[in-house]
Design a protein around this ligand. Structure first.
Ligand SMILES: [Zn+2]
Length: 251
């Protein structure tokens, strides 16, 4: 009998066992800052990746930005950033204002729809738990996106009585997600070596020019220093770069 590790921190399954992965984040660039190197590695291992953005991130950027144009700009930037990683399926949820995201029933239902449509074995989300010593990573929208995503994954996506109209009207059958990766969690359990995909992470974040343009050449140095810090604290070794996660195996 296989031992179930439901709800326990776990090492990830080999990418070869994963056909499809879904990334759910609050804002354009969140998934790229936290996990671009890892996502690029999944794509290299033939995992089909979809990224779902809960808002258009229109509150981001600098004071001289054209506010009306910001949603379209950020959508374009996310598509370009994801393309740098080999991700072509980029989806934006309608109806959520940047800065006002809540783990509402509506947001949960929208995420359930995408989970049942994509049918991912692996889902990467933001942490619903606030880290007080790294408050930027725990932006309220990130907490809301993480909370809505984890509620969507379990139980709603796999329960046919949650929003039964998803089946009767949209033919979206229940789906069980096997593995959840959480970014910016207070307790990290797994580090990924992203040294080989780091250049694509830099390209992806440069594509978010409305957010990172003012950093200029400092962007790469900032990302390198962050990745080196993760590598050294997680034992990936000297000269390596990493990204870290809390991983849950849901059986
Ligand atoms: Zn964000």
């Amino acid at each position: 009998m296989t031992q179930r590790t439901f709800g326990q921190p776990a090492t990830p399954r080999p990418d070869g066992e994963i056909e499809r992965a879904l990334v759910v984040v609050a804002h354009p660039d969140d998934g790229d800052f936290g996990a671009a190197g890892t996502i690029a590695g999944w794509v290299d291992n033939r995992v089909s990746v979809t990224i779902l953005l809960c808002t258009h991130g229109e509150q981001g950027g600098f004071d001289d930005a054209n506010r009306d144009a910001m949603p379209a700009i950020r959508e374009r930037e996310q598509v370009a950033a994801s393309a740098a990683l080999g991700v072509k399926d980029v989806r934006f949820l309608p109806g959520h204002r940047d800065g006002w995201l809540e783990p509402s029933w509506e947001l949960q239902r929208q995420i359930v729809e995408v989970v049942r449509d994509v049918r991912p074995q692996r889902v990467l989300i933001q942490s619903p738990e606030r880290r007080y010593h790294r408050l930027q990573a725990s932006h309220p929208d990130h907490l809301a996106a993480g909370e809505a995503a984890i509620r969507a994954i379990y139980p709603a996506a796999e329960n046919r009585y949650a929003w039964p109209e998803l089946i009767s009207e949209q033919h979206l059958e229940p789906w069980h997600v096997s593995e959840v990766w959480i970014m910016a969690h207070p307790e990290m359990t797994h580090a990924v070596d992203i040294t080989d995909t780091f250049a694509r992470k830099v390209t992806a974040l440069q594509a978010h020019a409305s957010q990172t343009g003012q950093m200029g050449d400092e962007l790469e140095g900032f990302l390198r220093e962050w990745g080196a810090g993760v590598a050294s604290t997680s034992g990936l070794g000297q000269g390596r770069l990493g990204e870290c996660f809390h991983i849950m195996d849901l059986g």
